[in-house]
Design a binder for this molecule. Structure first.
Ligand code: V47
Ligand code: SF4
Length: 364
């Protein structure tokens, strides 16, 4: 069997990479490009599935969670973003503390993870966020609070005229457990300059995550792909994240986010194919040898492709979500939320065993 496998990968010119993967050796930038250039995406999926199975067996994780967006007003104006509004624009909103708490009341299941993010609002003070965290922690004491991207943390620090370290420490004291992975986009400056020129730089994003790790917090990482970036940019992004993990060790999960094109100022000549999304997820699994989990985010991928992703290196199906705005403003056709039994059925439907987790990936 092993011999047959070796021949299969050798025939795809993947013999050396297969040997490295079997030996648990780290893949190089060139290996990453070879994986992108290989004409047979199923071979890349098979390699990623080997690693995913070695790490997690046939388990696929899910979480009872809830996403809450506190505002869509944002001063950054990233060209790919369909979610943001200007202050005073039709549809612009800011939730107050009571409205955030009412969102938690609106769902029947007790969340084990609450994901709160928003745009970079020009005025909301840090005290507003501390107040919300304290109130949410009190209302949902068993939930892990995964809130505010590194981009928001940098923005809060600028408004408050303090350091990002101080902002993280204050938010942690108010109940923050973890940072979500958003805002990473693509780290290469030449891409950021075009798609999100006002956003934090890659260096700032990485520094804030490493500061959070030093404070004992876990964080996630993301990559927004399928816009103007090249495959080289994707490998560079994965390698920068891998190096950051080598320095601090606090990344729990990586979420590859395929770009959704509706209501965006960015026009894409060649939108991603399904196989290119799956290949990128598989390569993420293979390159990120030091990040334990890869998320098949069903909201952005769609449920069917998220199921396929569980066989292309991903091991997490995210969760119930309840209400999602960022992807749906950009044309996501998935439901707003899923029930526990729907999540379990989707996972079983692709031959994996559903395992409920908390926000830190502890099995529950
Ligand atoms: O940072 C914005 C992306 C991110 C589009 O950490 C878009 O567990 C696709 O980070 N098409 C926010 N993507 C979502 C995010 C996330 C989601 C789920 C779980 C976690 C986690 C993190 O969404 C943004 C940006 O990269 N995004 N617009 C779009 N049109
Ligand atoms: Fe603002 Fe985030 Fe949208 Fe950029 S992606 S415009 S930072 S809400």
């Amino acid at each position: 069997m092993q011999l047959l496998q070796n021949d299969y990968f050798k025939n795809q010119d993947l013999g050396d990479i297969h040997a490295k993967v079997c030996a648990g050796k780290r893949l190089s930038f060139e290996d990453g490009m070879t994986l992108f250039d290989c004409p047979e995406p199923l071979a890349i999926g098979a390699l990623a599935n080997m690693v995913r199975t070695r790490m997690h067996g046939d388990k696929a994780f899910y979480v009872i969670n809830q996403h809450i967006n506190y505002t869509n007003i944002c001063i950054n104006g990233c060209v790919f973003c369909a979610y943001q509004r200007e202050e005073g624009q039709n549809g612009a909103f800011v939730l107050n503390k009571e409205e955030v708490l009412a969102k938690i009341d609106s769902t029947a299941l007790t969340p084990r993870e609450i994901h709160i993010v928003g745009g970079c609002h020009p005025k909301l003070p840090l005290a507003y966020f501390e107040d919300i965290l304290q109130a949410v922690k009190e209302k949902a004491p068993t939930a892990i609070l995964k809130c505010f991207t590194a981009v928001e943390i940098a923005h809060f620090a600028e408004l408050e005229e303090t350091t990002t370290k101080e902002v993280l420490a204050r938010l942690k004291a108010a109940g923050l457990d973890m940072l979500p992975g958003g805002g990473a986009e693509i780290f290469a400056p030449e891409v950021r300059k075009q798609i999100c020129p006002r956003k934090s730089t890659a260096q700032e994003w990485l520094t804030i995550h490493e500061e959070a790790h030093k404070l004992g917090m876990k964080t996630n990482g993301t990559m927004l792909f399928g816009h103007i970036e090249s495959r080289q940019h994707r490998i560079d992004h994965l390698m920068q994240l891998r190096e950051s993990q080598d320095r601090g060790g606090g990344y729990t999960c990586f979420i590859p986010l395929p770009f959704l094109t509706e209501n965006s100022q960015l026009t894409i000549e060649h939108p991603l194919t399904g196989l290119e999304k799956l290949r990128t997820i598989a390569i993420s699994r293979l390159m990120l040898d030091n990040i334990p989990h890869i998320k098949a985010y069903w909201v952005m991928l769609g449920v069917k492709q998220a199921q396929a992703a569980l066989k292309f290196g991903a091991d997490d199906f995210d969760g119930t979500v309840v209400e999602e705005k960022i992807g749906h403003e950009a044309g996501a056709t998935s439901e707003q939320g899923m029930t526990r039994s729907e999540l379990e059925a989707m996972i079983r439907g692709c031959g994996c065993t559903p395992v409920e987790r908390d926000g830190f990936f502890n099995e529950v």
